[in-house]
Design a binder for this molecule. Structure first.
Ligand code: ACO
Length: 311
């Protein structure tokens, strides 16, 4: 790739100008975006499953309506991000194929089970909370379509986070059994939500380049720390205990110190060996196969329209 084009590209990014689909861009920038954006879109789609598990069993009609709306929002997020990814010259069919054949990654967090109603609270509060921490800076990402798609997504995620925290508040102020259920959900979700931010900076293969290109604005560890600092007081307010005996306010740094993350667990889950990886992938394969007749009907209808138009 010509050095002058590369230099002008970087200068444009440094001037905080957005890169748009028709602009020249280095192959590696395009590839990185397709990788990150498609993984992100897949996460939104697979992310419907752990909560979808509770739609039929939500404790009240009102809770059921809220949960249904939230899960539908996640489907919408997946669609925006797939569309934004298509502007980079890759087709939705290809991305779907990569997900269903297990070639594509999606966020580790969605490979954990949701055995109780309190998990709906913990997911909204922590998983959507972590997602916002990561996605608000993506609203300023250098690639225009990705940045713009994040604006509405972040507003919706913010509502999701509040609804989760509200579920936790009700449980934490309820009977001892409800409080215990909330605590167990926090115990299950805490460490996996810290892993959502990715490996530590020293093991993050893409961070340095992605930060230079202003795709990422903060490193994995920086965002993880911001999340911990914001969440500890929220847990205290609920009267729940974060399952980390080493968690301690550090007067000098102005941040919470925390215990060691089990990186082996993250890498195992990413490799496909988490508690629900197989189940999640199978659910997507089944949905795709069960939707075959819809795709066929839509294509037949389109064909009919084209024939009529040509007559
Ligand atoms: N789960 C699964 N894979 C992960 C995770 C994770 N929590 N964290 C990192 N990885 C993968 C990366 O995708 C990368 O794999 P690849 O090289 O095969 O693509 C590898 O581990 C190394 O990690 P990094 O070099 O740190 O990768 P990157 O710079 O892309 O940073 C991050 C990872 C922070 C997740 C980034 O891609 C990102 O910000 N993505 C957009 C947000 C997103 O996808 N959120 C999904 C969950 S939120 C939700 O859906 C509600």
């Amino acid at each position: 790739e010509p050095a002058d084009l590369l230099a002008e590209f970087q200068a444009k990014i440094d001037r905080e100008e957005k890169i748009e689909p028709r602009d020249w861009m280095p192959m590696a920038y395009r590839k990185t975006l397709i990788r990150q954006m498609s993984q992100h879109a897949h996460s939104e789609i697979v992310g419907q499953l752990p909560e979808g598990n509770w739609i039929t069993r939500a404790p009240t009609l009102n809770r059921k309506m809220i949960l249904l709306a939230k899960v539908q929002d996640e489907a919408g997020h997946g669609l925006y991000i797939y569309s934004a990814t298509e502007t980079l010259g890759v087709s939705r069919d290809q991305l779907t194929d990569e997900l269903l054949t297990g070639k594509a990654k999606y966020s580790s967090i969605f490979n954990y089970p949701t055995p109780s109603w309190a998990d709906m609270g913990a997911i909204g509060w922590l998983v959507d909370g972590a997602a916002i921490m990561n996605q608000v800076p993506l609203c300023r990402c250098s690639y225009g379509p990705y940045a713009r798609s994040m604006v509405r997504i972040c507003k919706e995620e913010s509502f999701h986070q509040r609804q989760g925290y509200e579920i936790m508040t009700v449980l934490a102020r309820g009977t001892q059994a409800q409080k215990d259920m909330a605590q167990r959900a926090l115990n299950r979700t805490w460490w996996p939500s810290l892993m959502m931010f990715g490996p530590s900076d020293k093991n993050s293969t893409h961070s340095a380049q992605s930060m230079k290109w202003k795709i990422k604005r903060f490193s994995n560890d920086e965002l993880r720390q911001k999340f911990i600092d914001a969440t500890v007081p929220q847990a205290e307010h609920l009267g729940l205990t974060i399952p980390d005996p080493d968690l301690k306010w550090n007067e000098e740094t102005g941040h919470y110190d925390h215990g060691e993350i089990n990186w082996d667990e993250l890498f195992q889950v990413i490799k496909g060996n988490g508690p629900c990886n197989k189940e999640r992938l199978q659910a997507r394969i089944d949905a795709h196969e069960n939707g075959e007749w819809v795709r066929e009907a839509a294509q037949t209808y389109q064909q009919k329209q084209n024939n009529q138009h040509n007559e």
